[in-house]
Design a protein. Structure first.
Length: 567
């Protein structure tokens, strides 16, 4: 077989279905091999869309998403999606075409050093320069996407290697990349953790994205919560690690987290953090947080680079979330706490009740069409169907995250670390390919939607079960919010008063849609969307002035939370 056929054979062996991509000159030999093999391939309308679709597929399934692009601009169009996958720990295999080896480094047509460009945003990347290395590199790349902390890996293949006959060296793997020093695992730290738990009067369990993507973590987290009675909060990427209805769940922490979760984060005397990065959106001033009270910090993460990056924990554990809780539960003697101290519980419960009272009024649907009410109504309509929630980035992301409960892990897709506008629509597409029998609900702003709306073509072509809610407030909502609060209401280039007719755009792509601006029309449109077998777009005109609260100003900590109506 030639190199391209070897790549297709490799993808078949790994059970890849489908691959997302876009053809071009140096990759055409591979596309010929895909054609000959009748291999499942989704032609997106932009390479960035292909990368985000592969992310969406990977987030839902836990398996590597695969994306193919040609050299030069095709490969560079993948960069945003690759960087997004890196920050959010998404297993992604990117296969790119390269100019022939004889032209490498000579500024050939459509040449770009994609391996150099993506070096900082991949777990590893490869330029295949010897034909006998192709199969070993593919095998190693595949393993690296999911080993340890998942992430993206790129393999760049010159077109002459794609075209030449190659022997399949499946058993001659590269070596060295996966040899790591002994880790500081749970085994030797159980005693110290249990001692700290027993001494704590105000404990908090904080779960990040690692607790969602770790297979088996959910059941072990629930068992741990039952044994300890600890209150629990999540980061945004940890949404789904615990269902919203769990009696010990306080909500999301961070810049737009709930008052009760942030109060617990700011006042706990023990923080057990599992699978989270402690980004600036969680703790604005990490040094102050680590020193302001006598607090014990325990940090467990599969990536040792994340432990101690922002502040030094008292106890560090390099471990996958599921294995961490499994190891801890195996050594826990019955109940750790006879009960969590009542004053700690009462303080958090009081804040929870007050917050629910405030936001409960915002969730009541009326003709102002507040975003809180829009999201809550749709969430209630799909309750019990285990929907996949997808968001774009900005205010729509925060409102959807806060007011749309998910019913299982891997059911919440968003761009966390990179904050990529345009992520939502192609990611929803990838999620629908991953779970064709589940409803996929996408909330996207009028700004982000216009960045990747061409992927409506793919959604219509495959009749994907994606329900798109365009939350149109005629502005870049989160940008405007920051300008209002921190830049003296100087709305510099954040207003979108000339938005297109999104329903006409949907119609051009043969996607059914409805435009709504009243509560009555909105309810009817949601009913129509539910009845429709296939995609549906709701263009919802929202109240322009609604801001996302609570909010902690950038660079500040939980005690600086802003929440109108709260003490």
């Amino acid at each position: 077989m030639n190199g391209a056929q070897l790549v297709v054979s490799f993808l078949k062996e790994k059970g890849v279905n489908p691959v997302f991509g876009y053809p071009g000159g140096p990759i055409l030999v591979l596309y010929e091999a895909l054609y000959e093999a009748d291999f499942p391939h989704v032609l997106t309308r932009h390479e960035q869309g292909a990368a985000h679709a592969a992310e969406g597929f990977a987030k839902v399934t836990g398996k590597p998403g695969v994306v193919i692009a040609t050299s030069g601009p095709g490969a560079t169009n993948l960069v945003t999606g690759i960087a997004d996958a890196m920050l959010d720990s998404v297993p992604l295999l990117a296969i790119t075409g390269a100019v022939a080896r004889s032209f490498t480094g000579k500024d050939a047509f459509q040449e770009a050093d994609i391996t150099g460009i993506t070096q900082p945003i991949t777990k590893h990347n490869y330029l295949v320069m010897e034909p006998e290395h192709l199969r070993p590199i593919l095998e190693e790349a595949w393993a690296l996407t999911t080993e340890g902390r998942p992430g993206p890996v790129l393999v760049n293949i010159p077109k002459d290697i794609m075209a030449m006959e190659i022997e399949d060296h499946a058993d001659s793997l590269f070596s060295g990349l996966r040899h790591r020093p002994p880790k500081k695992g749970i085994k030797d730290r159980v005693g110290a953790i249990l001692d700290a738990l027993k001494k704590s009067k105000k404990p908090l369990l904080l779960l990040g994205g690692g607790a969602v993507i770790s297979n088996g973590a959910n059941e072990r987290v629930l068992a741990f919560l039952k044994k300890t009675g600890m209150p629990v909060a999540t980061t945004m990427m940890g949404k789904g690690a615990v269902v919203d209805e769990h009696p010990q769940y306080l909500g999301m922490v961070g810049m737009h987290g709930t008052p009760q979760a942030n109060s617990a984060l700011g006042n706990c005397d023990l923080l057990l953090a599992v699978g989270c990065r402690f980004s600036d959106r969680i703790i604005g001033d990490p040094q102050k947080y680590a020193k302001d009270i006598n607090r014990v910090i325990i940090h467990a993460d599969i990536d040792p680079a994340e432990i101690g990056k922002n502040f030094i924990p008292h106890i560090e554990i390099e471990e996958d979330a599921a294995r961490f809780f499994e190891g801890l539960l195996a050594h826990m003697p019955g109940e750790i706490f006879s009960q969590v101290p009542s004053d700690w519980q009462e303080a958090l419960s009081g804040k929870s009740l007050k917050y629910k009272e405030i936001v409960g009024k915002l969730q009541e649907l009326d003709d102002r069409l507040l975003p809180e009410a829009v999201v809550s109504y749709i969430a209630n309509e799909y309750k019990g169907q285990n929907p996949i929630l997808v968001t774009d980035v900005g205010q729509n992301q925060m409102f959807a995250t806060k007011y749309f409960p998910v019913e299982s892990p891997r059911s919440f897709l968003t761009s966390g670390g990179l904050g990529t506008m345009g992520f939502g629509l192609p990611a929803a597409m990838g999620a629908a390919f991953a779970a064709p029998d589940r409803p996929v609900i996408l909330f996207v702003g009028d700004g982000g939607f216009q960045m990747t709306l061409q992927e409506l073509s793919v959604i219509e072509e495959y009749n994907l079960q994606v329900k798109i809610i365009v939350m149109d407030n005629r502005q870049l909502g989160m940008v405007r919010q920051w300008q209002e609060l921190f830049f003296e209401k100087h709305y510099s280039h954040s207003l979108l008063f000339n938005n297109p007719d999104f329903c006409k755009i949907a119609d051009a792509y043969r996607v059914e849609s409805k435009e709504v601006s009243t509560a009555k029309d909105f309810k009817e449109a949601v009913s129509s969307a539910k009845e429709k077998d296939g995609p549906f777009l709701l263009h919802v005109h929202l109240d322009e002035k609604e801001l996302v609260y609570p909010m902690i100003p950038p660079g500040q900590n939980p005690e600086n939370i802003i929440m109108p109506g709260m003490d």
